[in-house]
Design a protein around this ligand. Structure first.
Ligand code: ATP
Ligand code: AMP
Ligand code: MG
Length: 199
C-alpha cells in the first residue's frame, strides 16, 4: 500500500530543506519517493488562469480563487500519487496546515484536501520563533515580509499546531512534531525517514 506523508510547518521553518535531505536518504535506502510541493501545483493552475506567477502572492489572492486552486492542486496530486504502488513507495506532500490570508487564517488541509491526499501521518516541522525569523530574513529567494515579525511568527507557530491537530482528527492520520534546530536539518530529515519506515 502506498505510504503518504503530509509535511506542514510555517513559512521559512525549513520544510523544503528538510525534505530534500530526507528524500536523498530514502532513495539510498531503496525507496521510490514522489515528493510534491502543494504550492507548485497551485501555482501552475493559477498561472494558467492568469492570476499570478509568484508563489508568495498566492496567499494574497481572493479566497475564492485560492479555494479553486487548492481543490485543483489536491486532485492533481492524487492523480500523480496514484502512479506509485508497493511497500517501498512513499508520497510526500510539502504543504501548510494553515495559511495566513488577507481575510484571516485559512485551512490548508480541510476535509476535501485530506480526502484526496489520504495521509497516514501528518508531520509538523517546528523551530523556535527566533530561528524561523532569522531563516526568513536570510532567505532572500522568497518574499515572506508579510509574516516577518516575532509576534506573527509566535502566533502562527501556535495556530499551526491547532490546525494540524484538527486535520489529524478529521482524517484519522497520526500527528508527529519534528524539530528543525538551527544547523541540524539533517537530524530532522533522519527523524522524518524513521517516521516513513514506521508507517
Ligand atoms: P515555505 O513554507 O515558505 O516554502 P519552508 O518551510 O519550505 O518555507 P525552507 O525554504 O526550506 O522553508 O527554508 C527557509 C530557509 O531556512 C532557507 O534559507 C534554508 O536554507 C534555511 N534553513 C532550513 N532549515 C535550516 C536549519 N536547520 N538551520 C539553518 N537554516 C535552515
Ligand atoms: P510554499 O512553497 O510551501 O510556501 O507554497 C507556496 C504557497 O502555496 C503558500 O504560501 C500558500 O499560499 C500555498 N499553499 C501551499 N499549500 C497549500 C494548501 N494546502 N492550501 C492552500 N494553499 C497552499
Ligand atoms: Mg518550502
Amino acid at each position: 500500500m502506498l505510504k503518504t506523508v503530509v509535511v506542514v510547518g510555517i513559512p521559512g521553518v525549513g520544510k523544503s530543506t528538510v525534505l530534500s535531505i530526507a528524500v536523498k536518504i530514502l532513495v539510498e535506502k531503496g525507496y521510490t519517493v514522489k515528493l510534491v510541493n502543494f504550492g507548485d501545483y497551485m501555482l501552475s493552475y493559477l498561472k494558467k488562469l492568469g492570476e499570478t506567477d509568484a508563489r508568495d502572492q498566492i496567499r494574497r489572492l481572493r479566497l475564492a480563487t485560492q479555494l479553486v486552486a487548492q481543490e485543483a492542486a489536491a486532485k492533481a496530486i492524487r492523480r500523480d500519487l496514484e502512479a506509485l504502488s508497493g511497500d517501498r513507495s512513499v508520497g510526500i506532500v510539502d504543504t501548510h496546515a494553515v495559511i495566513r490570508t488577507s481575510l484571516g487564517y485559512w485551512p490548508g488541509l480541510p476535509l476535501a484536501v485530506l480526502g484526496e491526499l489520504r495521509p497516514s501521518v501528518i508531520v509538523v516541522i517546528e523551530a523556535s520563533p527566533e530561528e524561523v525569523l532569522e531563516r526568513q530574513r536570510r532567505d532572500v529567494s522568497r518574499y515572506r515580509k508579510d509574516l516577518m515579525s516575532i509576534e506573527f511568527v509566535e502566533e502562527l507557530l501556535q495556530i499551526n499546531r491547532y490546525y494540524a491537530i484538527a486535520s489529524s482528527v478529521i482524517s484519522g492520520a497520526a500527528l508527529r512534531f519534528i524539530r528543525n534546530s538551527e544547523g541540524l536539518a539533517e537530524r530532522a530529515a533522519e527523524e522524518l525517514v524513521k517516521v516513513v519506515e514506521e508507517i
